[in-house]
Design a protein around this ligand. Sequence first.
Ligand code: ADP
Ligand code: MG
Length: 293
Amino acid sequence: PDGGNTFGPEDDPHRYTIKEELGTGATATVCRCTKSDGTQYAVKSINLSKLRLQPNFQKVADKLHREVSILFTLRHPRIVSLYDVVEGRDHLHLVMELVEGGELFDHIVQMGSFTEPVARYVFIQIAEGLKYIHSQDIVYRDLKPENILVDRNHSKRGLLEIKLSDFGHSKLINDGYSTALTRVGTPQYWAPEVSDPLKAAQGYNQRVDLWSLGVVLYVMLVGAYPFDGVREPMEKQIRQAIVTFPPDRQPSQHAQDLIRGLIKVRPQDRLTLDACLGHAWISMMGGSLSKIA
Ligand code: ADP
Ligand code: MG
């Protein structure tokens, strides 16, 4: 049964009702949904009938399979958890933890840019989530504020609690270098080894996420992209990795140093996540989250 706006077994406490839309991405629309017992979730519903008619069906299906199996293995407070997968007649429904508070992207747009304490609090959480993802031999590949959700119900005193979501581009890498080969993700957040198709074809690893983390920190503090514009000049800027800050929006020296430590051309030169978490910009406030506010 897959009729209307409900899904799951008929006459069953596990039946879900789809409610209003929460957001859309490149591949799917995500809606709020409630289970018969009243608990609330977010559901990402993929239209399989439509998918089957696509010329690249097999590729998209493989990607979907990867997203589901990766989400099922990841269990961490900084990562959106997957509760259930229900296959209906027309749709595959991924039932996830509901995170109410919108995308980090919209919070940045609304504020223009973040103060350093607010950005620091978010940065630490992203770094901790990434550290866990990498420890599971997974490369995230799509780190950007659109995929970072704000958990409004747990955010206090202007400090945002966040969760990483959308593992549609993530990949399990067995042993370090050479299994991730394709250019996926979002151009503004691409590391040079992803941006350059010839380099990407030689393989890249988890360190692409470190570059994107540097770009995310830049975006939070400056409210603009470090590398932007039309494709070709932007890719040239990325290859050179020259980071400049607008004169009227200069982050502190420690913040600039951390950004530049992540946005390095050679993957092996980028700061590790442990080095990020021990960086002076993090510890300058005493290193304890309770002292940040
Ligand atoms: P896509 O693969 O199409 O990019 P996403 O998984 O990124 O899809 O989801 C699209 C949008 O839906 C997100 O950017 C966000 O706004 C919203 N969303 C996704 N997951 C959740 C969730 N667990 N709770 C609340 N909103 C969500
Ligand atoms: Mg997305």
